[in-house]
Write a protein that binds this ligand. Structure first.
Ligand SMILES: [Zn+2]
Length: 311
């Protein structure tokens, strides 16, 4: 369905108006069991915006998140350990445990493949800090390839704070594709500064000295909320670089690190259930070209719904 531009603008304005948190204070990690009628959610953050208290809530079965007014829920505060005990059988706690079990590799820790097996792939696009324009062709190719097959097209975008600050128009363009139901975007925290230096990996990216995780995790979430993005429960390490200690710290923020078993620009081939990684920040032409080739190669499968994208 094509919407007239004015309507799109209006929808965009309404949505943006309802969801941009411009004046966040007291933003903190805050675990609570949040119940509303039969709905049982886990609050992982609380904050105040223009005098009203809000929560960032996780559905422990679907892993979907939403931001809602705290007063809508009856709350009992918990420690993370209690959350893990109460929701031991949930997809959320199981995913956190799998990620922790795979926390030791220096590169690509966390979850790098779908559980259970899926027919297609999960597509993740990283927006690391960059002066170059967004590779819009990735998104346009996806929308065209999946027209009348999978609409909106699901994908995850890992966003860094420093990219958001410099690319407001492009971020708004992505958001407009969500409003038009062309894309269904899961927003993944990719750290605020996304520091990269010339040192070995053990002292690089988030493993660099003087990394302040509260800034990298929480300030980035605040900036996402300010821009009208709802942070998901996922975290992607800059450079896919981490160690067991930092994986445990990220998990303590209630976040699930996701890696990739198919970083296309590195020549890794995707298979069923792969978490594919390409960069959309204008710095990875090979990965983008490979992805468009992949879409073309899978054209028949896409049409027969044998090759889909999943969340
Ligand atoms: Zn990155």
């Amino acid at each position: 369905m094509k919407l007239p531009p004015l309507l799109i603008l209006l929808l965009f304005f309404l949505k943006a108006n309802a969801q941009n948190f411009e004046d966040i204070t007291r933003y903190k990690v805050n675990y609570a069991l949040a119940t509303h009628d039969t709905e049982k959610l886990i609050a992982i953050r609380s904050f105040v915006n223009e005098g009203k208290k809000y929560l960032l809530l996780v559905n422990p079965e679907t892993l979907n998140t939403k931001v809602d007014v705290a007063a809508n829920y009856s709350l009992s505060n918990l420690a993370l350990g209690n959350v893990q005990a109460i929701f031991r059988q949930s997809a959320y706690v199981k995913a956190l445990e799998v990620a922790l079990q795979n926390g030791s590799p220096l590169q690509n820790a966390g979850i790098d493949h779908a559980i259970p097996q899926e027919k297609g792939i999960a597509l993740t696009i990283d927006l690391c800090p960059s002066h170059k324009p967004l590779d819009r062709i990735i998104f346009q190719s996806l929308i065209n390839a999946f027209k009348n097959i999978q609409q909106p097209v699901p994908l995850a975008i890992s966003v860094s704070g420093k990219w958001m600050l410099k690319h407001v128009d492009e971020l708004n363009w992505l958001k407009s594709l969500v409003v038009q139901k062309e894309l269904d975007i899961t927003w993944v925290n990719h750290s605020y500064n996304h520091e990269v230096n010339k040192l070995p990996l053990t002292e690089n990216f988030l493993l660099a000295k003087n990394t302040d995780l509260n800034v990298e995790v929480l300030e980035n979430e605040k900036l996402m909320l300010k821009n009208g993005l709802s942070p998901s429960v996922f975290f992607r390490f800059p450079g896919l670089v981490s160690d067991q200690q930092i994986v445990a710290k990220i998990a303590a923020y209630g976040l699930i690190p996701i890696g990739s078993d198919a970083w296309l620009a590195k020549g890794q081939q995707p298979n069923a259930g792969s978490i594919v990684l390409i960069h959309g920040n204008g710095n990875e032409e090979i990965g983008v070209q490979d992805f468009i080739k992949l879409l073309k190669a899978k054209q028949v499968d896409v049409k027969n719904k044998q090759w889909l994208l999943f969340d």
